[in-house]
Design a protein around this ligand. Sequence first.
Ligand SMILES: Nc1ncnc2c1ncn2[C@@H]1O[C@H](COP(=O)(O)OP(=O)(O)O)[C@@H](O)[C@H]1O
Ligand SMILES: [Mg+2]
Length: 417
Amino acid sequence: MATAPEGGKMRSLSDMLAESKVFSNVEVLSPHFTPKRLLYREREINSIERALAPSLKGERGRNLFIYGKTGTGKTSCVKYVIDEIKNIPNVRAKISFINCRIYNSRFRVLNKIISDHMPTYAKRGFGAVDLYEKLTSWIEEDNKILVAVLDEVDVVKDLDDLIYTLTRINSDIRAGGVTIIGISNKVSFKEELDPRSLSTLYETELVFAPYYATELYAILKDRANAAFRKDIIDDEIIHFVAALAAKEGGDARLSLKILTKAGEIADENDMSKVSMKEAQEAAKVAENEIVYDVVSTLPEHQKLVLYSVSLLTQSGGSYKKLTDGVDTYLFSGEVYNRYKSLTEGMKKEPKSERWYRKYLSELEMQGLIASFESGKGIRGHTKLIKLLYPSNKMCDVLEKEIFGNNESSLEKEVPVA
Ligand SMILES: Nc1ncnc2c1ncn2[C@@H]1O[C@H](COP(=O)(O)OP(=O)(O)O)[C@@H](O)[C@H]1O
Ligand SMILES: [Mg+2]
């Protein structure tokens, strides 16, 4: 942010430290900010409250599963209800909000719950069995109800084990218990789950629909009023951003990101108004950032398939590609071969072609690739694949994701009975 944008003039350090001409409170636009008002989500907030009501009275509630596309307000609504509960006196439930992107294994989730409620115990470096026993006896000692909110639950590596462990507590104890609220951005997540976890998690379901352009407009307007100085941003720009984000899947986060970027670009250029040009530029940047964020939550083998597509798209060398003048298409078969050799090179077992086809449709649903049937004539009848984002950037991101971190081996992964 400190660098001068192309064509913009260099800013001195004192310029940068000076008060922004554009923003009065940029924090309001940050994804971590929880707004006081959540528009158009009364019904959803009400359903979450209803699901939690028994737990608050000390009874085991039904588990709730919340899903819907990214940026439809799932996390915000749940956090909103948790904050409400904090203000109610004598609530029996103990709540843990767990961001599974950070706590992405059963061990980490258990450890997080323990550290939320028994901080001194959590630091002692116990294994999963000890954590399980500690948690169970803590719940049992005065019939507590633990509400475990698992946000972005689909990224937990051993999710079936985690769900099994948490529900196991309920059958191991006589009173008190655990209620699970699962949240996922993946609409098709159901299909990936083991039937037992599925029936546990999806006891009650709540779907968050994408926002319409008019709704996004109202959400943005609310935030823009608080974040920007007066007369910096015209309604026209907010309408434009809302319409764009509505077209891209009704994602409020994307719309806020575009608005923030547009303001930042104007700020860097010392402008006193955000124009359409900044908004358009911002849209491009924001959209890419969000895509790479999506990539980081893909399961390992989907990452490997996407990496194979990216590598082949980038190399353009020895493989056969089809070019229609503008676009590059890859044969599904050669992507699979590349994936296989890549996986074997990493001393991992490649998944079967059946799984591979599932991964392709998953990647397509996430909007990362497009696929077409070739029609007759090209190698009989085959599937053609096209990467929808720049291959060099995609390769960089995936390399970091696939080869970058290897911290999980430090954990004690002891099986729980
Ligand atoms: N109904 C709403 N009213 C106001 N802001 C919203 C609303 N829905 C979402 N947002 C904002 O959009 C962003 C994304 O929302 P979030 O709850 O993180 O979505 P999800 O968890 O579904 O991906 C957050 O910054 C949030 O404050
Ligand atoms: Mg979320």
